[in-house]
Design a protein around this ligand. Sequence first.
Ligand SMILES: Nc1ncnc2c1ncn2[C@@H]1O[C@H](COP(=O)(O)OP(=O)(O)OP(=O)(O)O)[C@@H](O)[C@H]1O
Length: 410
Amino acid sequence: MSRSPSIPDRPHRDIDPDLPDDERLEALRGHLQDLVDVNEQLSEQLEEADERRERLRDRVDRVERENETLKSSSLYIATVEDVLEDEEVIVKQHGNNQEVLTDVSPRIVEEVEPGDRVAVNDSFAIQTVLSTETDARAQSMEITEKPTVTYADIGGIDEQVREVREAVEQPLAEPELFDEVGIEPPSGVLLYGPPGTGKTMLAKAVANETDATFIKMAGSELVRKFIGEGSRLVRDLFEMARERQPAIIFIDEIDAIATRRTESKTSGDAEVQRTMMQLLSEMDGFEARGEVRIIAATNRFDMLDRAILRPGRFDRLIEVPNPDRDGREQILEIHTRGMNVADEVDFADLADDTEDYSGAEIESLATEAGMFAIRNDRNEVTHQDFVDALEKIEKDDSSDVISSAGYFYQ
Ligand SMILES: Nc1ncnc2c1ncn2[C@@H]1O[C@H](COP(=O)(O)OP(=O)(O)OP(=O)(O)O)[C@@H](O)[C@H]1O
């Protein structure tokens, strides 16, 4: 680094006050010139200092950016095995189970305890303490001992209900049937179709019918920040299901971890791929006639990696479409069961007017009609309330998401 230039001395001249005027004027001119020279030197130095400051600022920016990159580069997950003296700990890496003696920064040493999950960098130094495993499990899984949804709550998809019962319920309820015939039940069932058509309901209804624990995980929850975390969650998911069997594992939005590979090979992609491989390997090592069944759902069937559809994996595909006219009428009846609906309400007519509506949209139509009744100080819902609700929903739709059906799902 260049040294700072020295500051010029302040110019000084002794001018004898007794000098004749012209000589004193000359001396003063000389003094003024000295001052002008020093001023110039100082200005130059100031300019140089400004340039140096600019250069330093650039360097700080660069270092800060590097620091950010370092901070955001991939970290690995490990579990703390033991905390020793002198800020040393033994961690076991997830994935390869390698044990490593490493340091903890004094900043977080107080927080680290055996059993904690931590994020370590390439040199195994602990960077952060992660939330505890039970927290992570609880946060990302929805566990219901016995869901209340029944087949009677599902309208318009009778054929799909039949197929799901055969592929999921029967192997749980009557495994001996499969033993006797000598066939393996389907490994996994994939429900695909537009949003809000009853895929989640179907999975819940099977759990209800078979007294199984319903364990739901969204595929997007499995896409995690740290290397190894997604596959760890997949293992947790299956472990949880085994602990609570009979159980139905329901993975919604499976496309989040099972999208066809794209050209880009970023580390994020590789991590998602690893999570999917973990899911496949859990399924491969899975007792087909056992007490854990797996159902996945997607709105984006066309984007799925075909590897998950091979035999022994999601080998039973069930399309759950938007309901047809009769289906819509049935769903309307289901969702108005608990409502005070006037006798004159014509569900068949409403079913005609709700083409392309999903089950979820029909449910909102019923709620919206109820709101119109309340707004008009009535406790009975009339046909006109449904017509007004339809109009409102259509108006909202045209300015917003055009029927959610068909948007992702073509
Ligand atoms: N076939 C149906 N019969 C009765 N109600 C339905 C039906 N389909 C959807 N619904 C209503 O819509 C709500 C949402 O449905 P559900 O969560 O099962 O849809 P999904 O297909 O899983 O949607 P997504 O793909 O968005 O997860 C349900 O709680 C239910 O009230």
